[in-house]
Structures are given as structure tokens and as C-alpha cells.
Design a protein around this ligand. Structure first.
Ligand code: NAP
Length: 266
């Protein structure tokens, strides 16, 4: 598999992880792979750690479209984005070396705040009240006002992000083969003045969603892209759509999305 021999490993910098990184590195070099110190020329980016590390690996390397990501957990705990574990890393190396790897694609959402340069999320974009008070948002679908929300915030998740934060607030688990994204409320107030649907809803990937923050002077909501808090505090419009981009990951054979869901949650 000549065109896929450059490998970059992303991981945390603690002593235990670095020791395991050295072992994985040695094994890969032994099998003839070239190890890189930066990701730009890599064809394969290995994340060593859990799903949180995988989210960071993808974000810090710029959601690359021209390479494969491979998630390797370090403690035998099943990971959602990670098909491999440190103890079966040989299996991954064998798959890559013999070009037997299967590829899984994960959809991304694209988010633009007040017309700025869009950014991507693999799990979800969340916007929530930063202080004890609630805040108000218009939820606009394809330029039409759908509802006005008062409460703690909303989560807009990709199909795979739906199994993380969004699932905790009773969102649906969504098959990542569906081109869609999901909106879930965080503690909405429903009165005669404010009424929301009250249930999560899943939108086609062709829709455009806009969240318009009512600016009454009190609210500077916190926003996060996956596991990274955003520095922007003043926000008016957030535009979200399903991206054309997808993250490609190395997949273990016989490890479908639904097998993973069953293994992790049931
Ligand atoms: P964290 O707060 O340290 O851990 C969040 C947990 O979610 C970890 O157990 C993580 O798995 C798991 N996780 C992350 N992405 C997942 C996915 N797509 N499917 C299933 N489980 C997933 O944060 P983190 O590890 O950096 O992960 C950030 C994510 O945490 C956010 O993107 C959000 O989805 C989620 N989150 C959840 C809640 C909640 O459920 N109440 C609140 C805030 C954020 P690992 O242990 O394998 O890393």
C-alpha cells in the first residue's frame, strides 16, 4: 500500500501515553511505515486515546479530507470513534499493510458565526447560557421562523454526535449513513409566551438552520465545537448545515455502527 505509508500519531503528552506511542511507533517502523512529526504529509493519522482524543486529533489536523484517521484506545475500553485498542494494534497494522482496510465515513456539520469563516464539528455544536439566566433564540429553518426558544440552550449534532451529548438529553441515536443533523433542546421553557416543539428533531442534510440570539444585554452564551469551547462571546446569528465533507476512518471488519452502539450502551 505504497501511497499510504506516511503515518502521524496524535496523542496526549503524559508519560504513560508517550510510552505507548513509542511502542506503536516502533511497531509501525518495523513494518516499513514512515513516521512523521507533523500531520501535513501523512496519509494516515492515528489517534492514541479515547473518543475525546479522537475529536481533538481530527480538529487539530484540520478535518483532513485526503487522509484516513484511525482511532486506537489505550485501555481496552470500547470507543465510539476508535475501532482499535492498544492491545490489538497489530490487527490495525496488518490491515493497513495488506491494504485490507475498510473505511467508514462520518458526516460533519459546518457552522458559521455572524458570517465568519465556517468551522466543522464531528460531534456537535452547542450553545448554552453562560449565566444563571436563560436566553432566547429564534430557530429558523430555511429562512422561515420555526420556533422561539427560551431556556438553557440547544445542541445541534451530527449523526455520530447524537450518541454523545445529545443522547443524554433524549435525542435519537442516528445512523451515520443518513445525511442529516439533529437539534435538541436544553431545558426549554414552555408557557403561553414561549412554545417550542419540545422534542428533538432531525433535519435533512439539504436544510439550512439558523439560530438567532435575542440580544437583551444580558446574554453572552457559551458555544462549543465538539470538546472545544469557543472564544467568541458576542453572537447574533449562527448558521449550520450539513457539510459536504466527511471524515474517513479505518474500520475493523465486522464492527458496524450498530454493533458499536450495542457494545457501548447495551
Ligand atoms: P469528556 O467530558 O471528558 O467526556 C465525554 C464522554 O463522551 C466521554 O466518555 C467520551 O468518550 C464520550 N464521547 C465523546 N464523543 C462521543 C461519541 N461520539 N459517542 C459516544 N461517546 C462519546 O469530553 P470528551 O471526551 O472530550 O468528549 C467531548 C464530548 O463530550 C462532546 O463533544 C459531547 O458530545 C460530550 N459531552 C457530553 C455531555 C453529556 O453527556 N452530558 C456533556 C458535555 C459534553 P471517551 O471516554 O471514550 O473519550
Amino acid at each position: 500500500m505504497a501511497e499510504r505509508t506516511n503515518i502521524y500519531i496524535y496523542c496526549k503528552n503524559d508519560e504513560e501515553t508517550l510510552a505507548k506511542k513509542t511502542k506503536v511507533r516502533e511497531a509501525l517502523i518495523h513494518e516499513g511505515f514512515q513516521m512523521l512529526e507533523s500531520h501535513e504529509e501523512a496519509n494516515i493519522i492515528i489517534s492514541l486515546g479515547h473518543d475525546g482524543t479522537f475529536l481533538q486529533a481530527v480538529r487539530k489536523t484540520g478535518f483532513r479530507q485526503d487522509c484516513l484517521y484511525a482511532g486506537v484506545t489505550l485501555d481496552n475500553k470500547p470507543g465510539f470513534y476508535c475501532d482499535f485498542d492498544y492491545n490489538n494494534v497489530w490487527e490495525m497494522i496488518h490491515l493497513i499493510r495488506n491494504a485490507e482496510l475498510k473505511v467508514r465515513q462520518y458526516p460533519l456539520i459546518e457552522v458559521a458565526i455572524d458570517g465568519r469563516q465556517p468551522f466543522y464539528c464531528l460531534n456537535e455544536f452547542s450553545i448554552r447560557s453562560n449565566i444563571i439566566r436563560m436566553f432566547t433564540l429564534d430557530i429558523i429553518i430555511d429562512d422561515t421562523l420555526f420556533e422561539t426558544f427560551l431556556g438553557d440552550g440547544v445542541i445541534v449534532s451530527t449523526p455520530t454526535g447524537s450518541t454523545a451529548y445529545n443522547k443524554s438529553v433524549n435525542g435519537a441515536v442516528v445512523d451515520p449513513m443518513l445525511p442529516c443533523f439533529q437539534v435538541t433542546e436544553l431545558a426549554s421553557v414552555n408557557t403561553n409566551s414561549f412554545r417550542t416543539l419540545g422534542s428533538p428533531f432531525i433535519m435533512s442534510g439539504t436544510r439550512r438552520l439558523k439560530l438567532r440570539v435575542h440580544r437583551d444585554g444580558n446574554d453572552f452564551p457559551s458555544m462549543a465545537a465538539d470538546n472545544e469551547a469557543m472564544g467568541i462571546r458576542r453572537v447574533e446569528d449562527v448558521e449550520i448545515r450539513l457539510s459536504d465533507k466527511k471524515i474517513k476512518t479505518v474500520k475493523l471488519k465486522d464492527n458496524s455502527f450498530w454493533e458499536k452502539v450495542a457494545r457501548i450502551y447495551l
